[in-house]
Design a protein around this ligand. Structure first.
Ligand code: NAI
Ligand code: MG
Length: 352
């Protein structure tokens, strides 16, 4: 029997509703599997915790989380109690940075029964691998002078190490999926970093002869994701480009309540963190109607990360079935509660 030890941080608002839902689905998946078990340790770190202790998590919070195999997080934020930049920097960003989670992974997929804003959505299914530690989002640069002589300089940082590890992860992911990889570039406009990005990509592709590759400029790629998202399998992108592409991916699916994400540590020194894309949704918190699909799909990504891909596939299949059946929360046009959707997913997983 393999036991996975997972640190659970429900956080604030609907995080406290959708995390227990996804935990239930994981226990159900383990029951189906028979040979694995999940041991969850819950941490109450949140805005409520801040009110009591003056901080979002204890000073040794990272030390406490370090030895778990993964961190499973709901959502953080309660602007009525704590300013958003305080809650974000005090917990989420501390974990992402402290644990060197250098990649952000976000899938996007067509679901039968979901209202995509696309007029005629085909059966798209792609994953964006976003470099998440350097690139355009750097603190290198500066400003001098005032008034009409004012100058602002922002440097983009692309290291060979950072670029290569993001691309290798994407190539390997493509090998496990449909063996197609698109690199988001802009080497026709950005003079130094993007030609470098292309060079590294072209070097690495020799190591993955079974993956069909292409490089597409970010402007055209953004348009393609709206017009023909079904063309894509895995996309690898720098920090800024990936930020934009992942939002398009979420948007064309039709609801923020279903989108999952993973923050991946690649050096094996720290755990990776799995969290849905949505926030704590204070407007619907406590009503029992939060959509648990984003958190449940996030659980599936965690299983994939553990190598339990068959079981992960089972969860996603159950989610697809439940949505197609019309068992949906109000945000996606249904009348079901969080609990009803969760029950339906668990029921489907155990069905023969
Ligand atoms: P939000 O994602 O919490 O909500 C945006 C809208 O989508 C709301 O109308 C909400 O009801 C709806 N929504 C989101 N998730 C849903 C779900 N699972 N089911 C049904 N409806 C859902 O974003 P917002 O309102 O901008 O932020 C609220 C708080 O969450 C803030 O404190 C913000 O800082 C925090 N936040 C935290 C994130 C995180 O923990 N990663 C990400 C985004 C926001
Ligand atoms: Mg963004």
């Amino acid at each position: 029997m393999k036991t996975y030890h997972i640190a659970v941080i429900p956080g604030d608002g609907i995080g406290k509703e959708v995390v227990p839902a996804a935990v239930k689905v994981l226990h159900t998946a383990a029951e189906l599997h028979g040979g694995i078990k999940f041991e969850f340790t819950e941490f109450p770190w949140s805005c409520d915790f801040y009110i009591e202790h003056g901080k979002m998590m204890p000073d040794d919070g990272l030390e406490i989380l370090k030895d778990y195999e993964a961190v499973f997080l709901g959502a953080v934020g309660n602007p009525r109690l704590v300013e958003d930049h305080v809650s974000l920097w005090g917990l989420l960003l501390k974990i992402r940075r402290g644990f060197e989670q250098v990649l952000n992974i976000r899938p996007a997929k067509y679901f039968k029964g979901l209202n995509s804003p696309l007029a005629d959505p085909k059966n798209f299914d792609f994953v964006v691998v976003r470099e998440n530690s350097e690139g355009e989002y750097s603190e290198v640069g500066g400003r001098i002078h005032k008034g009409e002589d004012e100058i602002a300089i922002q440097n983009a940082i692309f290291t060979r190490k950072g670029t290569e590890r993001a691309m290798r992860y994407a190539f390997e992911l493509a090998q496990k999926r449909n063996r197609r990889l698109t690199s988001a570039t802009k080497s026709n406009g950005i003079f130094h970093t993007m030609p470098f990005w292309d060079e590294v990509f072209n070097e690495l592709k020799a190591d993955y002869p079974d993956v069909a590759v292409n490089s597409t400029h970010i402007d055209a790629l953004s348009a393609f994701l709206v017009i023909k998202p079904e063309l894509f399998d895995v996309i690898v992108a720098s920090n800024l480009f990936g930020d934009i592409l992942t939002d398009i991916g979420g948007a064309i699916m039709g609801s923020i309540g279903i989108a999952p994400s993973a923050n991946i540590n690649l050096n094996g020194k720290y755990p990776s963190m799995f969290e849905p894309v949505h926030g704590s949704a204070p407007d619907i918190a406590g009503k029992g109607i939060a959509n648990p699909i984003g958190q449940i799909w996030t659980a599936k990504m965690m299983l994939d990360h553990f190598g339990e891909t068959e079981l992960g596939g089972k969860i996603l299949e159950a989610v697809e079935w439940v949505i197609a059946k019309g068992i949906k929360t109000p945000d996606i046009g249904g009348t079901a509660t969080t609990a009803e959707v969760t029950e339906a997913v668990c029921g489907r997983i155990l069905e023969k």
